[in-house]
Design a protein around this ligand. Structure first.
Ligand SMILES: Cc1ncc(COP(=O)(O)O)c(C=O)c1O
Length: 341
């Protein structure tokens, strides 16, 4: 087990390369604030992105439970499902992934994350969009199947976004506090911006910011939701934070005012891209040699750019954008990029 962050921190197994580095961007000089990028896309290669930080706690729990099979679910190109499958394999466990697709009878081509899921030998159960509503029940049924065959299942929820997984972003917030110590102050406020997809990253960041008293140091946290809406994520993030309080009594006292969500940038829908979002991905790549993904980071970053065009002071002196990974999800969209290149 690695070093301890907090006296109530649950057991963790080291999977991510951390601390991740941060650096300034050339992009967006005319937009108002400076952009600084936290490279959580560098947490690993097969295990790349924000999910790895959550899996450090979830997989420690799976090992403690002597699990033989790890289960999770997500969209067809789920980064979380891929990271879970690789973490399980690296730790000597099997994985079963319940993935949502338009027509389970005709599963999508094995590109991007799906190719990796198959390479690592994960069992994939394809389900339709209507069946997704019963995903937790399906996960429980699949787990029963393994139990009946003598295995020990461990279920990781969608996105790894529960109270345990969210510890990964309390830890990340601790790193960020140190990264930003010479950048942020009450007179030079910094907004840490992240893409919000299932709420666990946001819950950990908000809890961490409260625990480490970062508002007084000029650091504020804002999520750009890439699906659903502000009301949905206020509820989801609020619930994860209160679960963390009831399990570990951290005394962070997170309230709805602490949970800032920048709504209005879902665009064409979850995992659906508009040309302007893809152009922002292209432009950042051409200014700084940094690749965002179309589903999460590209959409959220484009949301920040759109907000700054309306109000350059919206996020203070610096936007500290967390690059939460997702690069494998870029490749299935190659045909959308082709006319822009
Ligand atoms: C690359 C990437 N960024 C951001 C997110 C959003 O994180 P969270 O699910 O914790 O809200 C996800 C997953 O949902 C992701 O795969």
């Amino acid at each position: 087990m690695a070093d301890t962050l907090h006296d109530r921190e649950p057991p963790r197994i080291q999977l991510a390369n951390q601390p991740t580095r941060g650096h300034w961007l050339r992009y967006g000089e005319s937009l108002g604030p400076r952009f600084w990028l936290k490279r959580d896309d560098h947490t690993g290669s097969e295990l790349m992105g924000n999910k790895v930080r959550k899996l450090e706690y979830l997989m420690a729990d799976a090992l403690a439970e002597k699990a033989t099979h790890v289960f999770s679910c997500g969209g067809e190109q789920s980064n979380h499902a891929r990271a879970t499958a690789f973490a399980a394999r690296q730790l000597g466990m099997e994985s079963v992934l319940i993935l949502r697709t338009d027509d389970p009878e005709q599963p999508p081509a094995a590109t991007g994350n799906i190719l990796l899921d198959k390479l690592v030998g994960s069992e994939i159960v394809w389900i339709s969009r209507p069946a997704w509503r019963n995903r937790n029940q399906l996960l429980a049924e699949q787990a029963d199947r393994i139990r009946a065959a003598g295995g020990r299942p461990y279920v990781v929820p969608e996105g790894g976004s529960n109270a345990l997984g969210s510890w990964g972003y309390i830890r990340a917030m601790h790193e960020l506090a140190s990264d930003l110590s010479t950048i942020a102050s009450p007179s030079n406020p910094v907004t840490v911006v992240y893409a919000c997809g299932s709420g666990g990253t946001g819950a950990g960041l908000v809890m961490g910011a409260k625990l480490f008293g970062l508002a007084a140091k000029g650091i504020r946290i804002a999520g750009v939701n890439v699906c659903d809406d502000r009301a949905y994520f206020l509820d989801v993030i609020g619930k994860i934070c209160s679960d963390m309080e009831s399990r570990w009594s951290l005394g962070a006292n997170v309230t709805a005012e602490d949970i800032e969500l920048v709504d209005g940038h879902v665009g064409a829908g979850y995992a659906k891209s508009r040309p302007e979002e893809l152009m922002t991905i292209r432009d950042l790549c051409r200014s700084d040699g940094v690749v965002l993904d179309p589903v999460y980071t590209g959409k959220a970053f484009h949301g920040v750019v759109t907000e700054l065009k309306r109000d350059p002071k919206r996020f203070g002196s610096t936007v500290a954008f967390i690059h939460t990974g997702g690069m494998f999800g870029l490749f299935p969209s190659y045909d959308l990029f082709t006319p822009l290149l």
